[in-house]
Design a protein around this ligand. Structure first.
Ligand SMILES: Nc1ncnc2c1ncn2[C@@H]1O[C@H](COP(=O)(O)OP(=O)(O)OP(=O)(O)O)[C@@H](O)[C@H]1O
Length: 270
């Protein structure tokens, strides 16, 4: 029999595209954040989501993971219509994604290991405490933290370590989708570059699809397969950076060709 490549870990289950957002509208009172926003995320990619402050990147992420009920529109995640299902029905799909919120959002009274155990307890209560501890320890190592971090409390960690602890918790349930909200914000350039490498390595080894909100141009150049640009209450363009530059949209031009964009590109070339 001819040799065939084994499937990537989640390929059998993860539809392509795993995230489809159609006609999304989000309003808070009179204020409209999204008005007919469309976006498709491809399986296995890292998609960077950019846009000016307040353009609704976090609201978009919260809508996709079901924390924000949209005013209108449809969102399908891993083949399930999130916008039509209630919280209980979403349990099955919720355990197939992991989220790193801005700032890590760790429980301050729990150790790093215990933080990672939280989703395991919630979604797999049948797992024994011993196995749960072991899984948490493994996820902490996978996130790039040293073993001793398992027993540390969040206030004993640096900003970069907190992010990694949040990453370990996001990986707790072996997700197919990983959502990262500004993961390198507040990190020094070396820490940010290391976090980027970790994200790319995890994507490749675990077959993840990554939805990554960022203002970090280096991250966009280094690890994102495509970039989606939010402006005018919509995704105005999505593609590789060279494709985006061809759109000649003034905000995109300013963003990538402004002083910071040029220096990120120069660093990449160097
Ligand atoms: N629950 C809410 N109630 C009222 N307004 C909200 C709510 N959540 C978000 N907003 C508003 O929606 C807009 C978009 O917010 P969001 O946090 O998604 O922006 P963002 O693009 O992620 O910004 P930044 O890059 O600064 O983090 C903001 O004006 C914000 O004040």
């Amino acid at each position: 029999m001819p040799y065939t490549e084994p499937e990537a870990p989640h390929e059998r289950f993860c539809p392509d595209p795993p995230i489809v957002v159609s006609g999304l509208v989000n309003r808070f009172g009179d204020f409209t954040v999204h008005d007919g926003l469309d976006l498709e995320v491809r399986r296995g990619e890292i998609i960077g989501v950019v846009g000016g402050s307040g353009t609704g990147k976090s609201v978009l992420m919260r809508s996709i993971i079901g924390l924000q009920r949209p005013t209108a529109g449809d969102i399908d995640v891993l083949g399930r219509r999130i916008t039509d299902t209630d919280l209980d029905q979403r349990v099955g799909v919720r355990r197939r994604w992991g989220v790193l919120f801005q700032g890590g959002a760790l429980f301050s009274t729990l150790t790093v290991g215990e933080n990672v155990e939280v989703p395991l307890k919630e979604f797999y209560p049948e797992i024994s405490p011993k196995l749960r501890r072991e899984i948490a320890r493994y996820k902490v190592l996978l996130s790039g933290l040293p073993e001793e971090a398992v027993l540390k409390y969040p206030n004993e960690l640096s900003g970069g370590m907190k992010k990694r602890a949040g990453l370990a918790r996001a990986l707790a349930l072996d997700p197919e989708l990983l959502f990262l909200d500004e993961p390198t914000a507040g990190l020094d350039p070396i820490g940010a570059a290391a976090f980027d490498r970790q994200t790319r390595d995890l994507k490749e080894t675990l077959g993840l699809t990554v939805f990554l909100i960022t203002h970090d141009l280096d991250t966009l150049y280094e690890i994102c397969d495509r970039v989606a640009v939010l402006a005018d209450k919509k995704v105005i363009a999505v593609g590789t950076i060279p494709e985006l530059l061809e759109t000649r949209h003034p905000w995109i031009d300013e963003y990538f060709n402004g002083p910071r964009g040029r220096s990120a590109l120069a660093a990449r070339r160097a």
